[in-house]
Design a protein around this ligand. Structure first.
Ligand code: NAP
Length: 316
């Protein structure tokens, strides 16, 4: 039988929540294991400059901030692993996590798996992802220099991405399915004042035309009022329609809120399973900021440490 590797605390996820939890758990001498996941460093690794993380008055590049957090976690004994966790069993004690080749067990589990960009769900979107279709303007905007692009969405992200893309694109067309924007007024005003941004209201994207070799040349737009469909020429399309929490790994073993995010007790990171804690974007549909994720990561490590102490699972 294969031997399992045991750790008091395992953290799944390596964004600001996961690494902050690792720093705190490490400093509590709990030598946590961190599974970094499919996007080591999390969503900040696909942004450019982070201007609102306290302590960096001149801003810091997202990937650099995450490298620093990882280094800080390692300094206190965190072990960062790049295997993907394929299954989690929360019905047994200790909890059991399996990767492709290994089995790990832990007494406390901190879930910091974050959220991923939502997609429209049309086949062409996945087929042409990276070939004219993107869900991250800051990652891919550079490839659309002097080209015309479409941004889909009506929230703050769509406003931000539309403005950002005007640095590269010759023209940006924002396509929104309604007449009113969900975004904050200041973001809407900034977008409307940008001479390089046009808006198409009451429209959804029903198809994306192009191929892998030549990229995108048009999208099909459907008027949500008249039902009419038309082809709209564009060389790129950016989805900015929100995010989904990454909870698939846990099936129905954990309680979720009405939006599908992991539910935690008020003012705490405790889930419905004792010894399992959730922090960062996977449990936050409201703030979704790097600093608030880091804050709940800290809370999760403290909650986990107190849980282990109370359960007599660690000796200090
Ligand atoms: P969001 O607020 O949930 O907005 C998503 C937008 O996409 C909505 O306008 C929605 O339309 C549209 N949408 C959703 N599914 C769609 C679909 N299948 N087809 C077409 N359109 C679709 O998400 P977000 O913009 O990513 O913002 C998330 C959170 O982060 C918000 O709290 C936001 O304030 C915050 N944020 C803040 C900043 C900033 O302050 N700098 C920047 C980015 C994000 P409907 O309106 O019709 O539902």
């Amino acid at each position: 039988m294969m031997m399992a590797t045991h750790s008091s605390i395992i953290i799944i996820g390596s964004g600001p929540a996961g690494f902050t939890a690792a720093i705190y758990a490490g400093r509590a001498n709990l030598a946590p294991i961190v599974f970094e996941g499919i996007q080591p460093g999390g969503q900040l690794t696909i942004t450019t400059e982070v201007e609102n993380f306290p302590g960096f008055p001149k801003g810091i590049m997202g990937p650099e901030l995450m490298d620093e957090m990882r280094a800080q976690a390692k300094r206190f004994g965190a072990k960062c692993l790049y295997e993907l966790v394929e299954s989690v069993d929360l019905s047994v004690r200790p909890f059991v996590l399996k990767t492709a080749g290994e089995t790990y067990t832990c007494d406390a589990l901190i879930i910091a798996t974050g959220a991923s960009a939502k997609l429209l769900g049309i086949p062409a979107e996945t087929a042409l992802m990276g070939h004219g279709v993107s869900a991250c303007a800051t990652c891919d905007g550079f490839f659309f220099r002097d080209k015309e692009v479409v941004v889909v969405g009506g929230g703050d992200s769509a406003m931000e991405e539309a403005n950002f893309l005007t640095k590269f694109a010759s023209k940006v067309t924002l396509v929104h399915r309604r007449e009113a924007f969900r975004a904050s007024k200041i973001m809407v005003d900034r977008m409307l004042a940008n001479p390089k941004v046009d808006v198409i209201y009451n429209a959804t994207v029903t198809d994306i035309l192009g191929d892998k070799a030549n990229g995108v040349h048009a999208v099909m737009l459907k008027d949500t009022v008249t039902g009419e469909e038309r082809e709209f020429a564009t060389q790129g399309i950016f989805m900015a329609i929100g995010h989904d929490p990454n909870t698939k790994l846990f099936g129905n073993s954990l309680t979720k809120d009405e939006k599908g995010y992991l539910a935690v007790a008020p003012q705490s990171t405790e889930t419905n399973v004792a010894g399992v804690f959730a922090c960062g974007d996977v449990a936050d549909s409201k703030y979704r900021q790097a600093i608030s994720a880091a804050g709940t990561g800290c809370m999760a490590a403290i909650d986990a440490e107190r849980y282990l102490d109370a359960a007599g699972l660690v000796s200090h």
